[in-house]
Design a protein around this ligand. Structure first.
Ligand SMILES: N[C@@H]1[C@@H](O)[C@H](O)[C@@H](COP(=O)(O)O)O[C@@H]1O
Length: 238
C-alpha cells in the first residue's frame, strides 16, 4: 500500500506513529529501523517521545540491519556507531536489548546463522522500517540478491561504496557488508519502506511500477499488498 505525505516532516511523524503503535500494542516488540539520512527526523521524534514518557522501548529488542565488514561500534562511520549515537543511546537501549552482527568475526557464515537463529527464537520481527539506496538496495541487499535469503555477506555495489562515504570523515574503502536478508523483511509482521526527497523519485518509481525483479531489490514492495510504502511528495515525484 502506498501512502504519500506532504513533506519530510509529515512523513516522519506518520512513520513515528506507526512505530509507537507497534510498541504500545506489544511492549516487547522486536523492531528494526534503518540507518541513513531518511530516518533522522523520525529518530528525533521518537527520542522526544521517549524523553517525555510517551513511548517506552524498555522491553523491546532492536535488531541492527547491517554493518560494513570489519567494523564495529568503535569505528566512526560504522552502522553501529551511527545508530548508537542517533537512536539507541538517546532511547536508553541496554546491550541485552540489542542484536547486531559482529562484522569482525572470523566466522561470518556462523555470525549470519547466529543472528538468524536469534530472530527466529524471538518469533520474528514485529516491525521493520527500511530506507532505499540509490541503486534500489534494501539494507545491504544489493541488486541481484535473491528474495528468499536470510542474513548474508554481501559484495557491495560501487554505488553503495561511493554513497557510503557520507558516514566517514576520510575516504574509506567499502567492499563488503553483512546484512539481514530480504526474506527477513518479507516475513516481518509489519514492513514499512520509506523514502524522502526528489533524488529518490526515480528509484521509487522503478520500485513501485517496474518489473518485480531481484535485479532491483526495492521492487520487493510489490510482492505483498501489506507492505507499506511511505513517501513524501518529492519522493513520489509530485
Ligand atoms: N545501508 C543503508 C540503507 O539501510 C539505507 O536505507 C540507505 C539509504 O540511505 P539514505 O536514507 O541516507 O538515503 O543507505 C545505506 O546504504
Amino acid at each position: 500500500m502506498l501512502l504519500i505525505h506532504k513533506n519530510h516532516e509529515t512523513l516522519s511523524q506518520a512513520v513515528a506513529e506507526r512505530v509507537a503503535k507497534v510498541v504500545q500494542d506489544k511492549p516487547d516488540a522486536v523492531i528494526c529501523l534503518p540507518s541513513g539520512n531518511t530516518p533522522l527526523r523520525l529518530f528525533e521524534i521518537l527520542v522526544n517521545q521517549h524523553e517525555i514518557g510517551e513511548i517506552d522501548f524498555s522491553r523491546c529488542t532492536f535488531v541492527l540491519l547491517d554493518e560494513w565488514l570489519d567494523m564495529d561500534g568503535q569505528d566512526e562511520g560504522s552502522c553501529r556507531y551511527w545508530i548508537d549515537k542517533e537512536l539507541l543511546n538517546p532511547l536508553g537501549f541496554q546491550p541485552e536489548q540489542i542484536i547486531a552482527f559482529d562484522a569482525k568475526s572470523g566466522d561470518l557464515p556462523g555470525e549470519c546463522e547466529r543472528v538468524n537463529q536469534k530472530i527466529k527464537e524471538l518469533g520474528g520481527f514485529d516491525l521493520v522500517v527500511l530506507g532505499v539506496g540509490m541503486n534500489g538496495h534494501l539494507a545491504l541487499n544489493e541488486p541481484g540478491t535473491p528474495f528468499d535469503c536470510y542474513a548474508h555477506v554481501s559484495a557491495l555495489d560501487p554505488m553503495t561504496a561511493e554513497v557510503g562515504q557520507k558516514y566517514f570523515t576520510k575516504q574509506t574503502p567499502l567492499t563488503e557488508g553483512i546484512t539481514l536478508g530480504l526474506r527477513h523483511f518479507l516475513e516481518a509482521r509489519e514492513l514499512i519502506v520509506m523514502a524522502s526527497g526528489e533524488a529518490k523519485a526515480p528509484v521509487m518509481k522503478r520500485a513501485l511500477e517496474g518489473e518485480v525483479s531481484e535485479d532491483f531489490p526495492a521492487s520487493l514492495v510489490q510482492k505483498d499488498e501489506k507492505i507499506l510504502v511511505m513517501l513524501d511528495e518529492a519522493a513520489a515525484g509530485n
